[in-house]
Structures are given as structure tokens and as C-alpha cells.
Write a protein that binds this ligand. Structure first.
Ligand code: HEM
Length: 137
């Protein structure tokens, strides 16, 4: 599923007082600033990104992992280059990473009618009415 389903602090911030982070649930100090790593399947269609939607585009996310990672006592050790501000991708590597992420777009899943909203909900409203402002033209 392109995720571990685990919780990590991926180095976005240096201050942690969010009542919605993993620490708020577990009380474990190592969970400060940690959030669930979402699946990368179809992630190219799922912006804005991160728990607070701070990045509008995948380019911004890749820029973050490349050059804007912030070191703190709570950053997960998997963020190996946190001390250097990120993995320092070249423009070519960023483009290749983005192209790879686009390969995780799952057309069969996206177009499977079994996962489509019903034409009419039990209360008579339609998906268009419920989700209208989120739908793209
Ligand atoms: C360069 C490699 C990586 C890429 C391309 C990548 C991509 C992404 C993307 C696109 C999101 C946004 C998901 C969403 O908004 O639904 C995300 C979130 C996240 N990633 Fe990564 N990731 C990478 C490396 C890592 C690593 C190594 C970790 C583990 C330490 C990690 C942990 C997380 C977590 C915990 C979130 C959720 C953060 C939040 O909700 O604020 N990622 N990642």
C-alpha cells in the first residue's frame, strides 16, 4: 500500500504543541510532532499535503524533503539527512522522484465503480451537493 501505516516526525517543525499529533494520543515523548505516514498511492491527486495541508503541490513536498527539513530531538531517525536540511536532491533527481510518484497513480482503483460515491445518498442528497466545493471541474 506504499505506506508503513506508522507514525513519524518527518522534520517539518521545531516546536510541537499540536493537540492532534501522535503524542496527544500516546503521551510518549518520542511521538511529538509525529503523524501517520499516508499511502503514496494516488498521492499526486491528493493535495494539499501533510496533516495541515501546508504544501499545495508535490513540488513543494519534494522541495521540503530535499532542502527544508528541520532538525529537532524528535525527528525520526529515518530522516537520515535532517542535520543537513534534507536529502539535497538535484533538479534532475527531483524530477525523477516526481515522475516515480506519478507512477503510483492507480487508474484501476480510481475508475473502479465499486469505490465511486452513490448517485443519491439515503437522505436524497447527491455527491455533487455534498462534495461540490471540493470537486474539480
Ligand atoms: C523522499 C522521500 C519521501 C517522499 C517523496 C515522501 C512523500 C510524502 C508525501 C507526498 C506526504 C504527504 C501525504 C499526505 O498529505 O497525505 C508525506 C507525508 C509524510 N511522510 Fe513522507 N515522504 C518521503 C520520506 C519520508 C520518510 C523517510 C518518512 C519517515 C520518517 C516520512 C514520513 C511521513 C509522514 C509521517 C508524513 C505525514 C506528515 C503529516 O501528516 O504532517 N516520509 N510524505
Amino acid at each position: 500500500m506504499f505506506t508503513t501505516n506508522l507514525f513519524y516526525n518527518n522534520g517539518k517543525d521545531i516546536e510541537f504543541n499540536d493537540p492532534r499529533d501522535r503524542y496527544a494520543i500516546t503521551g510518549d515523548i518520542t511521538d511529538k510532532g509525529a503523524y501517520k505516514a499516508t499511502t503514496l498511492r494516488n498521492i499526486s491527486l491528493m493535495g494539499p499535503y501533510m496533516h495541515d495541508g501546508r504544501y499545495e503541490t508535490l513540488d513543494e513536498v519534494i522541495e521540503f524533503y530535499s532542502h527544508q527539513v528541520k532538525m529537532s530531538p524528535y525527528v525520526n531517525p529515518l530522516m537520515h539527512y535532517a542535520g543537513e536540511g534534507g536529502v539535497q536532491l538535484t533538479p534532475t533527481e527531483k524530477a525523477e522522484l516526481k515522475a516515480f510518484i506519478f507512477t503510483l497513480q492507480d487508474e484501476a482503483f480510481l475508475n473502479n465503480p465499486d469505490f465511486s460515491p452513490p448517485a443519491v445518498f439515503p437522505d436524497g442528497s447527491t455527491y455533487q451537493q455534498v462534495a461540490g466545493k471540493y470537486l474539480q471541474n
